[in-house]
Design a protein around this ligand. Structure first.
Ligand SMILES: Nc1nc2c(ncn2[C@@H]2O[C@H](COP(=O)(O)OP(=O)(O)OP(=O)(O)O)[C@@H](O)[C@H]2O)c(=O)[nH]1
Ligand SMILES: [Zn+2]
Length: 399
């Protein structure tokens, strides 16, 4: 298959027609070959957040100095408090985490911390089950750009904040409006960066087409056989799962689904697996581990994500749609049991013909996870009913 390369402007206009990409505006729209001012500011801020250093968030009314709570220890907490003195520290959390703490908001919440609070108590407030909130809290109907930035950095969606002062002038500053538009800029920045023949055990005629975006992410289009792009191409959009895909974890169905998809696409003569860096339904690998711990304490896969302050599913499919466009594919049959994927891809401009179910074996370790996906997240897993009977009879011999 010959890859199309110069579709950037075509995709941008398609995205704008669909309301997908915001039109270029004021400050955020100013751009050069090195990227827009907005993208550069977000990427600099992300570097600070990922490294556990403070940065500033500028909104219409305030400028706040911000520190991720992820990985916070008492020494860092004391240093940040000293940097912000005499202002008291506050804690910004997502609506989802606020609701877990019994606070009613659809936007976000800000908690005023006592001066004696320690790092472990802050961790309890942002990520543990059964936490009780006794501190003053103010709710906002708006989602917080600070929370959105933490999610982009794959940190827990919570941060310490205090009003910025002249002491903080050297910290990178980010305009709050720029965070929301950044993900669209990332999608626009996607381009093919390298490709090569990679014969697979179950599909020998395979090419890996590796993309790169401005943040350095590398989603991959695994092109199997010779897809006919004049008709619906069989496509699997697969979110990365290190535990399942690489190590064969029995906690989920990912590894089996990936191998099934490769074999089925090979059998149809050609198609594409898009391997997307969306570990943990977009939470990132570290947060997936936190979610696993909460599941070991009794929560299901949906409640574990929301207990941490995330949405059940933080993914979107704009990047996948853009990759298909670049490959010259506009019409697909999608291998999935997840109705949100079908809708997400269609909303991003790809014509989705039919859904191809992809039913992986059930075992005693993934049974609870799959049941929650069907019951809580609406996945189409009708085969589970029979498979569950089978596992109850002989848990280890389902395959
Ligand atoms: N947060 C979280 N992520 C999980 C858990 N189990 C698996 N995952 C992630 O869930 C994602 C599953 O991706 P996919 O298999 O592409 O998608 P899906 O939503 O299951 O839908 P299908 O197309 O039907 O497979 C991967 O990113 C996994 O890392 C879990 O318990 N918690
Ligand atoms: Zn998995």
């Amino acid at each position: 298959m010959k890859a199309k390369t110069a579709v950037g402007s075509q995709w941008a206009s398609l995205g704008q027609r669909r309301g997908w990409f915001p039109m270029q505006n004021g400050n955020g729209g100013a751009s050069s070959l090195f990227g827009s001012k907005a993208a550069i500011e977000v990427e600099r801020a992300l570097t600070e957040v990922r490294a556990g250093r403070p940065m500033r968030m500028v909104s219409r009314t305030t400028t706040e100095t911000v520190l991720s709570v992820d990985g916070l220890d008492d020494a860092r907490l004391r240093e940040f408090a000293a940097l912000c003195t005499p202002s008291p520290l506050k804690l910004v959390i997502s609506a989802t985490r606020a609701q877990a703490l019994g606070v009613d908001t659809d936007g976000s919440a800000t908690i005023t911390l006592s001066s004696t609070i320690n790092a472990s108590q802050i961790h309890t407030l942002v990520a543990e089950q059964g936490a009780r909130l006794t501190l003053p809290v103010v709710v906002s109907s708006e989602p917080s750009a600070i929370v959105a930035l933490m999610k982009l950095a794959q940190k827990l969606p919570a941060a310490l904040v205090a009003p910025a002062s002249s002491k903080h002038d050297t910290l990178p500053a980010l305009n709050a409006d720029e965070v929301a538009t950044y993900k669209y800029e990332l999608v626009e920045s996607l381009a093919i960066a390298g490709e090569a023949r990679v014969p697979l055990a179950n599909a020998q005629l395979t090419r890996f087409v590796v993309f790169r975006d401005a943040a350095g992410n590398n989603p991959v289009a695994v092109v199997i056989g010779n897809p006919d792009t004049t008709t619906a191409v069989p496509v699997r959009i697969h979110s990365s799962c290190l535990t399942g895909d690489v190590f064969g974890s029995r906690r989920c169905d990912c590894g089996d689904q990936l191998q099934l998809a490769i074999s089925r696409i090979e059998a149809t003569g050609g198609g594409v697996v898009l391997y997307m860096p969306q570990e943990g339904r977009g939470l990132g690998l570290v947060n997936k581990m936190h979610a696993y711990e909460l599941q070991d304490d009794g929560l299901d896969t949906v409640d574990a994500n929301t207990m941490l302050g995330f949405e059940d599913d933080e993914r979107d499919y704009g990047g996948a749609a853009r990759m298909l466009e670049i490959l010259g594919i506009s019409h697909v049959d999608l291998m999935t049991n997840n109705p949100t994927k079908l809708r997400g891809l269609a909303d991003a401009g790809i014509t989705v013909g039919c859904r191809m179910p992809i039913e992986a074996p059930v075992n005693s370790d993934n049974r609870r996870y799959l049941t929650a996906k069907a019951k809580r997240a609406g996945h189409q897993l009708d085969y589970l009913v029979n498979a569950l009977h089978a596992t109850q009879r002989a848990p280890e011999r389902v395959r």
